[in-house]
Each structure stands twice: as C-alpha cells, then as structure tokens.
Design a protein around this ligand. Structure first.
Ligand code: CP
Ligand code: NVA
Length: 309
C-alpha cells in the first residue's frame, strides 16, 4: 500500500487527523502487522523521546518502531530536561529541532505540548498528555479492526473516567463510524465541549456518541467494552476519593454479561487490579488487551511511515 500522507505536521490531538487519515493509518497498521516490510524511511533520522511521566508501552514501542524503520531514538527522562523549569519550553523545542527529526513528548499539561509544537520546526507527536492519548487510539482502532474485520457500525462502550484516553478514543471512534458510548460518574465525564465535538464528528462520519451515567446502559449489547484507570498519572492524591466514586464502574464478568455474547474487552494498560478490573480479568477469554498493547508498535510505525515515508 502507498504511504498514508498526512495534512497535519504535528499529532497533538486525534482531531488533527482527518477521518480518511485515521482509516488509512489503521489499515496500514493492520497490514504492517500481517507483513512487516523492509523499507527504512527513517534511515539517518533521530527521534527524541521526551517523557515527563513513566512509560512501558509507549517508550518501548516507539524505540522498536523507529529502529524497524531504520532510525534511532534518544530517551530523555524528566530529570534530564526539566522542561519549563530548568529550561523554557520554547528553548527546548528550538534546541531539539536542531538535533533531531521528530519529538515524541509525554507531558502533564496539554498546553505545554501545544507550546512545544509551536516552537518546534520538526514534527511533534503526543505520547500522552492530560487531555489526549492519540497514539493509544490508533492502536485501539487497529485492534477493533483486527477483531471485527471492519470499523463502521461497531458499538464501543467505554466505562469509567472521562480522561485523556476516553477523549482521544471518542474522537477516533466518531471519525470512523463507530458508535461510541461512555458511562462516567457525575463530575467525571467528558466536558460539554468534548461531547459536542465528538457528536459533530460522529454525525459527519456515520457514527454516534452517547454519554450516560449507568455502566449497564453503555455496555448493553456492545461489541467492545473498554476501560482505563480511575486515577491517571498525576492524580495520585485523588486516588482514594476516586476509588469510592468509581466503585460501580468496575468492568467484571457481571458487567460484561450485558455486552454482546462475542464482545471483546480492551484496556490501554497499565491496569489497577481490584479497581477498574478484577484480578485475572486481563487473562480471560474476552480480553484482547495484549494484542492491543502489541498494536501500539504497528500503529506508531504506520504513523512514522506517514510522516517520514
Ligand atoms: N498505554 C500506555 O500508554 O502505556 P505506557 O504508559 O506504559 O506507555
Ligand atoms: N489515563 C491514564 C493512561 C495511561 C496510559 C493516565 O493518563 O495515566
């Protein structure tokens, strides 16, 4: 397949990709998984992995993906850079742009990512911010495609916090004609602005978006049930309160019984056992979470190919 061309320079939000680009990237990721190519479009290219938070999947899958495409990575930990503290964001962006060909950035405030991209002359990829996790969504949609053979018409129920993962996933599902349902406790759902934006994208692309409080209502007859942690990185102090608030939102066999009989279970990981999922649930017959984790590699390789191909 010909390389996917992208209109956007940076990938900060799922909304930076057109629906056609999302579909093409996800199909390309599936094809790379089936038949990894030998092309090296990143020969001589270097990627800075600038991480303010820990990571297993994102860091390792980017390092491997870049290497597969012939490039190399430099990992920069929070302690090394001190972005916005030791050095201004704008200066970090301009200095890194003189050395590397792409910046993959995991941050706290989404505004810092936007500022970095504003001053960087090389592409910036969001590796998770407080607002969005688009690389995760590309892998998630690849997983749904792999499981179901096509995306439009699928019903995906997300149960839990209206966080970065839920927001990117909502935009991504809406872009490809998936019916996205999300159940969150009062005060922890996606914002009214998010809801309007996702509804508008869904309406234009044959999907739909439903925002409810009751997990069973969201999961009823769904093809995919998805959850994420109740307290994200940076919300550790809220964890105890959130455990109380989200108690009814655990995805377990009782809740899965309301989904379609052949429904699959997804989680971006890491999981907090005993909270959003019971112990052992990720190893159960409906779980595709490790395929989903693997697909981070293929989806990001499709993305890097689109940028460097
Ligand atoms: N899902 C995900 O982004 O995992 P890491 O935090 O380990 O990168
Ligand atoms: N919502 C989680 C996702 C982790 C990959 C977090 O931000 O910590």
């Amino acid at each position: 397949m010909a390389n996917v061309g992208l209109q956007t320079k940076h990938l900060l939000s799922m909304a930076d990709l057109t629906p056609a680009e999302v579909c093409a990237l996800v199909e390309r990721a599936r094809d790379i998984k089936r038949a990894p190519g030998s092309a090296k479009p990143m020969q001589g290219k270097t990627v800075a992995l600038l991480f303010e938070k820990p990571s297993l999947r994102t860091r390792v899958s980017f390092e491997i993906g870049v290497a597969n495409l012939g490039g190399n990575c430099i990992y920069l930990s929070p302690a090394e850079v001190g972005i916005g503290g030791r050095e201004a964001v704008s200066d970090v962006a301009q200095v890194l742009s003189r050395y590397v060909n792409c910046i993959v950035y995991r941050c706290f405030a989404h505004a810092t990512l936007v500022e970095l991209a504003q001053y960087a002359s090389v592409p910036v990829i969001n590796a998770l911010s407080e607002d969005e996790h688009p690389c995760q969504t590309l892998a998630d949609l690849t997983t749904v495609l792999e499981q179901r053979g096509s995306l439009p018409g699928t019903t995906l129920a997300y149960v839990g916090d209206g966080n970065n993962v839920a927001r990117s996933l909502g935009i991504g599902c809406a872009s490809v004609g998936i019916h996205y349902r999300i159940a969150s406790p009062d005060g922890y759902g996606l914002t009214a602005d998010d809801q309007r934006a996702i509804e508008a994208i869904a309406a234009a692309n044959g999907g739909s978006a439903t925002f409810v409080r009751d997990p069973r209502e969201a999961v009823d007859g769904a093809n995919v049930v998805y959850t994420d942690v109740w307290a994200s990185m940076g919300q550790e102090e809220e964890a105890a309160v959130r455990r109380e608030v989200f108690m009814e939102y655990q995805v377990n066999p009782d809740l899965m019984a309301h989904a379609a009989p052949d429904a699959v279970f997804m989680h971006d990981l890491p999981a907090h056992y005993g909270e959003e999922v019971p112990h052992g649930f990720l190893d159960g017959p409906q779980s595709v979470v490790f395929d989903q984790a693997e697909n981070r590699l293929h989806a990001q390789q499709a993305l890097l190919e689109a940028i460097f191909g």
